[in-house]
Design a protein around this ligand. Structure first.
Ligand code: FES
Length: 227
C-alpha cells in the first residue's frame, strides 16, 4: 500500500507565515499612511495648522462700517508639498502656497431698551481717531468688534451678507444656514454660530488675526472647514 505523502507545510508553519505576512504588510503600509494622513492628524489630533503661527494684518478699524459688516481678504501662507514657491524656514527649505481667506468684521449689535438695534462702534472711531491708539482705546475696540470666518459652520461654504429692510443677515448659499451680524446662529443646518478668529487691535489702528478659531460650540469642539 502506498505510503501517505506527508504535507510539507504543517498547520503551525501556515499560521506562522500568516502572522509574518501581516507584520510585513503593516510595516509596508504604515509609513505611506502616516505620510498621507499626517496633515489630518496634525490638524485634528494635535490641533496644529499648516499655516505658520504668526499674526496677519486684516485692515484698519476705520474701514469697518458703523452698521453692516465688511469683508477683508487675508492671504494665509500654507506649507504645502509640491507647491511652486520655495521658502527657507528655520534653515529648512519649505514648499508654500498662499490661500486667500475672507474675514468678516463688524461692530457688535445689541438691542436697546426699546428693542432697537444699536451698533457698538466707539465714538472715537466714528469721529475718525488717528493712530497711535491708547491702550484704553484698543481694549474698547477689541470688546466691540466681531472678527468672523466666512466658512459656514455646517460644511464650510463661504457665507454672504444679505441686506434686508431691518438690517441684514449672513446667509450660506449651500444649505441655507443663517447667522446674525454678530455671527450667532439663527437658522438652518449649522450646529453653531460662525467661527471667531483670535484677533487683536494694535496702536496702528489695524486688526490682526491668527489662524486660530473658537472651536467650542453648542455641540462641543469642532474643527472648522477652513485651511
Ligand atoms: S454649508 Fe452652510 S448650511 Fe451647509
Amino acid at each position: 500500500m502506498a505510503e501517505l505523502q506527508k504535507d510539507p507545510m504543517t498547520r503551525g508553519d501556515f499560521l506562522g507565515f500568516g502572522v509574518l505576512g501581516t507584520i510585513v504588510g503593516a510595516l509596508l503600509t504604515i509609513p505611506p499612511a502616516a505620510f498621507i494622513l499626517g496633515p489630518v492628524i496634525d490638524v485634528n489630533v494635535r490641533g496644529e495648522s499648516d499655516v505658520p503661527d504668526e499674526w496677519f494684518r486684516v485692515g484698519p478699524i476705520s474701514e469697518v462700517p458703523a452698521k453692516e459688516p465688511k469683508v477683508f481678504v487675508v492671504d494665509f501662507p500654507v506649507n504645502q508639498v509640491y507647491s511652486e514657491e520655495q521658502v527657507i524656514e528655520e534653515g529648512v527649505e519649505t514648499e508654500r502656497e498662499t490661500v486667500p481667506n475672507a474675514v468678516w468684521t463688524s461692530w457688535k449689535e445689541e438691542a436697546d431698551e426699546n428693542g432697537e438695534a444699536v451698533h457698538r462702534i466707539p465714538e472715537f472711531v466714528e469721529s475718525g481717531a488717528q493712530s497711535p491708539l491708547t491702550q484704553e482705546q484698543i481694549k474698547e475696540v477689541e470688546r466691540n468688534l466681531n472678527v468672523l470666518s466666512s466658512s459656514c459652520a455646517h460644511l464650510g461654504c463661504p457665507v454672504r451678507w444679505i441686506v434686508k429692510e431691518d438690517g441684514g443677515e449672513f446667509l450660506c448659499p449651500c444649505h441655507g444656514g443663517i447667522y446674525n451680524i454678530n455671527g450667532d446662529y439663527v437658522g438652518g443646518p449649522p450646529p453653531r454660530g460662525m467661527y471667531r478668529f483670535t484677533f487683536e487691535v494694535r496702536e496702528d489702528a489695524n486688526i490682526y488675526i491668527k489662524h486660530e478659531f473658537d472651536i467650542g460650540g453648542e455641540k462641543g469642539p469642532q474643527q472648522p472647514y477652513v485651511i
